[in-house]
Design a binder for this molecule. Structure first.
Ligand code: ZN
Length: 264
């Protein structure tokens, strides 16, 4: 049915089959995002996740199943996807993203869908996306609220033939907060359905980037309040003095913000 859409057509569907998307996390956001990307026929889906399926995850991590509790999440997700669309190749990366492996892992992919939930990874992903010119579709969730935006750094905009690059994460938050002010990395409660809304918005952005259609969320942050059922949009601007994507960057290599999470 995608081929019936003039904006996709046979050429667009063939393009999707050749496309390579990397999902960071096979959890709450990665589940719906990867399910729809696989259904859409994105030919290669890389998945980075070092965890195993836990029964307490299933309220939101809908790609997994009770029968697969204890199995690595990347393996469980690959099983679902093989059943849904055998034309999709899943590349499992059962490891934690670090400054040592980020370039090796990112280099094979065109679009990064970030569903990770901690600050150290967020900064690492941002810096890699600026250095390597990879668009990042960012999603995050907390309790009943979610947000989504797309970061398209200058090098990525050039590759994609876009006229203007958008801000990066450090344009908004140049440095992480000091550890004693950082929120705890322990998991907060979250409405499972919220993951479906935010994860499918991320998949939509990835498909648009791959097809070169529509307007992305570069420079715009969409927030969603599920209790009020309200979407809002905020403008995001590039910071002229951004430490990583500005004209005089002070950050030119990767930083490991290890031990960053405040305890409890
Ligand atoms: Zn920036």
């Amino acid at each position: 049915r995608h081929i019936l859409l003039p904006e996709v057509g046979e050429a667009g569907q063939a393009r999707l089959l050749k496309s390579r998307v990397l999902l960071l996390g096979a959890g709450g956001l990665g589940s719906p995002a990867s399910m729809y990307l696989a259904a859409a026929g994105v030919g290669t889906l890389g998945m980075v996740d070092a965890d195993v399926v836990d029964a307490s995850n299933l309220q939101r991590q809908v790609i997994h199943a009770t029968s697969r509790v204890g199995m690595p999440k990347v393996e469980s997700a690959a099983k679902f996807i093989a059943d849904l669309n055998p034309d999709v190749k899943v590349v499992p990366h059962m490891e934690r993203l670090t400054s040592a492996n980020v370039e090796r892992i990112f280099s094979d992919y065109e679009v990064i869908v970030d569903g990770t939930d901690n600050f150290p990874t967020r900064y690492l992903v941002n810096d890699a996306s600026v250095f390597m010119g990879k668009p990042v579709v960012h999603g995050s969730i907390f309790r009943f609220d979610g947000q989504v935006t797309t970061f398209i750094p200058e090098k990525a905009a050039k590759k994609l033939g876009m006229s203007e690059a958008g801000p990066c994460y450090r344009c908004l938050y140049p440095e992480p907060p000091p550890p004693h002010l950082a929120p705890s990395c322990q998991e907060a409660g979250v409405l499972g359905i919220l993951c479906g809304i935010i994860g499918t918005l991320q998949a939509t952005e990835a498909i648009k980037i791959l097809l070169g259609r529509g307007t992305t969320l570069a420079g715009r942050l969409v927030t969603y309040d599920s209790l009020k059922l309200k979407f809002r949009e905020l403008r995001l601007r590039r910071a002229p003095d951004c430490p990583v994507c500005g004209p005089k960057p002070s950050i030119t290599g990767y930083i490991d913000y290890e031990g960053f999470c405040a305890v409890g």
